[in-house]
Design a protein around this ligand. Structure first.
Ligand code: ADP
Ligand code: MG
Length: 236
């Protein structure tokens, strides 16, 4: 079998917030069509890695190639137009806008995105809640909306930062179903997760992050065998 194409290749990535040096040479690969997680304790730089990939961190150095195109030096707009979409931990739902209005807010950046109908087929709950204001949504509905609205953009790669945080177990399961469905549809997904039990149900491989560096890669099929090691990394 042919090696899978590496869609995103991160090499020796450094990032700073002002004087503070946060990423110390992150390196990892995301093969096309896979769900890949970044696992690690709080504050190790997982969110900063996503923000750096999207070009929304002030100062970054190293290499981040998307489909072979070097993105260091490109604006966040240009990076998004290559086909990357970011769903931040804060979810970024506009509370004064309705579900429908939130849904059509991100611009379509390239052809190939899902139609509104296709998005609503994946998220029937959002169709029911169409005219509700963002503030009236539950946490789970807000997370669904945050994921749903980036599917229209035409992005091939989705960066999801802690999509299950603070959600009830039944909603977490539903988010898992959605991630598996998106994978089947051919999306490539980089996922930050605190819940490694959940991560194991959706991902193909896991990168362990410590102090702004990737210190290990664990294929999902070896996760159970490496559980003690992973727990010691995560301090749980
Ligand atoms: N806007 C910011 N300004 C300064 N420091 C920040 C900022 N955002 C995050 N940091 C610091 O960078 C480090 C990594 O943060 P982050 O990437 O959010 O970690 P994680 O997502 O793994 O919890 C932490 O020490 C955090 O305090
Ligand atoms: Mg974070």
């Amino acid at each position: 079998m042919a090696e899978p194409e590496i869609l995103l290749s991160v090499r020796d990535l450094h990032a700073h917030y002002g004087e503070s040096h946060v990423l110390h040479g992150m390196s990892f690969d995301v093969p096309r069509g896979e769900v890949v997680t970044l696992l690690g304790r709080n504050g190790v730089g997982k969110t900063t890695t996503m923000r750096s990939i999207m070009g929304i961190v002030g100062k970054r150095a190293g290499s981040v190639k998307y489909q072979g195109t070097e993105t260091i030096g490109l604006s966040s707009n240009r990076i998004a137009r290559l086909g990357l979409a970011f769903c931040p931990e804060e979810r970024g739902i506009f509370s004064s806008l309705s579900v429908k209005e939130n849904m059509v807010l991100p611009p379509v950046i390239k052809p190939g995105g899902l139609s509104l109908d296709e998005v609503y087929q994946l998220f029937p709950r959002l169709l029911e809640r169409g005219s509700s204001q963002g503030t009236k949504l539950s946490g789970g509905e807000q997370q669904m909306l945050a994921i749903a609205r980036i599917l229209r953009t035409g992005a091939d790669m989705l960066l999801l930062d802690e999509p299950t945080e603070g959600l009830a177990p039944v909603i977490v399961q539903h988010i898992g179903d959605i991630i598996r469905t998106l994978r089947e549809k051919g999306f490539t997904i980089l996922l930050v997760e605190q819940n490694f039990h959940f991560a194991a149900t959706v991902a193909d491989r896991h990168y362990v992050v410590e102090h702004g560096q990737v210190i290990d890669m664990i294929p999902n099929e070896s996760l159970a065998a490496n559980m003690d090691k992973l727990k010691s990394y995560l301090g749980v």
